[in-house]
Design a protein around this ligand. Structure first.
Ligand code: AMP
Length: 339
């Protein structure tokens, strides 16, 4: 029996479980909520992420410990020998340190630092614990910044892209096709992959530098701005990622399965696309499931979460679909969503 323990029992944990069950992998999750989405696919330890006793219980007998979100305490990840390596977690938790790492590795990013460094307009973000655009604001006039804030040049990008890669213990590395991502109110709405005219080779070089730097094991995501054909790194996430959900049906091997293969020392699977894919997030509220299933070829994923404003409660993926079906799917989802 192989047992994977995962810090966090949200939808990413649930989809890791769904990918691992056919491979004979058992799962245990740690989550503060007794109704965590991943409890459907494995044992659940209910406890706070910083509760040492709960972390011990999570890890007992596990072959490997992983995590599904990046705000895990670095000391806990280290103590449990978690994969991906704790250093990736540590450097990604502080946007200032993350940006400095980008520049050390020659990964272009927006100017950053104080408002004097960036000029105006700028985006001011909290250095730590920001997600889905929370804790950030656009700034058009000089103002006092908080001690725990970081300014970034406002990038007038043409589009947002992301690339996901996976690296095994032996250094074997694979990349999925670059995805083009649409956000609204800081929340991802739609990912399309492969992105049209994607700068695939360039994006692979940038992500490859991070994978090598960390001697990474598992899936790593890098979010990018495409500004006039120039790629600027926004942030990385040391975990499976929302912009890779299309890989479940749209790639030979999904991000979830390859993450498990990597952390368990198993051979990695091919990352080739099966066809052009579109993934649409269900935010806040979902349409009735039959409205989604009526769309030809729709793959519906519901996470078992209570609908709540701005909350990701599921997604739909279409592979190789007609553009009119894609438009219809987006319309059906948007009609139900809460803004
Ligand atoms: P983040 O939390 O850093 O991923 O930012 C969330 C979203 O805010 C991004 O996906 C972009 O749409 C936008 N954003 C973040 N940083 C910048 C920037 N420096 N310039 C313009 N837009 C940004």
């Amino acid at each position: 029996m192989t047992l994977v323990a995962c810090i966090g029992g949200g939808q990413l944990g649930r989809m890791l479980g769904l990918a691992g069950l056919p491979l004979g992998i058992d799962f245990r999750f740690l989550d503060p909520s007794s109704t965590a989405p991943a409890s459907a696919v494995g044992e659940l330890v209910v406890g706070a992420f910083d509760n040492l006793a709960a972390l011990e219980r999570l890890a007992v007998g596990a072959d490997v410990v992983t995590y599904e979100f990046e705000n895990v305490a670095v000391v806990s990840a280290e103590r449990l020998d978690a994969l991906p390596p704790a250093r990736a977690l540590e450097l990604g938790q502080d946007r200032f340190i993350e940006k400095k790492l980008f520049s050390r590795l020659g990964i272009p990013s927006a100017r950053f630092g104080s408002l004097a460094d960036t000029g105006l307009p700028a985006i001011v973000k909290s250095r730590r614990l920001g997600y889905d655009g929370k804790g950030q604001r656009r700034v058009d006039a000089l103002e006092e910044m908080g001690e725990h804030e970081l300014a970034e040049e406002f990038v007038a990008f043409d589009r947002e892209l992301s690339i996901l890669g996976v690296r095994g213990h032996d250094g074997d590395t694979r990349f999925w096709p670059v995805a083009e991502n649409t956000h609204r109110d800081g929340i991802l709405r739609v990912s399309r992959a492969p992105a049209p005219d994607a700068p695939q080779a360039e994006a692979e070089v940038l992500l490859g530098r991070l994978l090598d730097e960390f001697r990474y094991v598992g899936v790593l995501a890098l979010e990018l701005f495409d500004a006039g054909g120039k790629l600027l790194a926004n942030e990385f996430a040391p975990r499976v990622h929302n912009t890779g959900h299309w890989t479940i049906e749209g790639a030979v091997t999904s991000q979830f399965e390859n993450h498990l293969r990597a952390i368990l020392g198993l051979p990695l699977g091919a990352t080739d696309p099966i066809g052009p894919s579109v993934m649409i997030n269900l935010i806040g509220a979902a349409p009735p499931v039959d409205e989604l299933l009526r769309l030809p070829g729709a793959h519906v994923h519901l996470y078992g979460k209570e609908p709540r404003r701005a909350r990701k409660i599921g997604h739909v993926t279409l592979v190789d679909a007609l553009e009119e079906t894609v438009v219809e799917a987006i319309t059906v989802v948007e009609r139900a969503s809460d803004g």
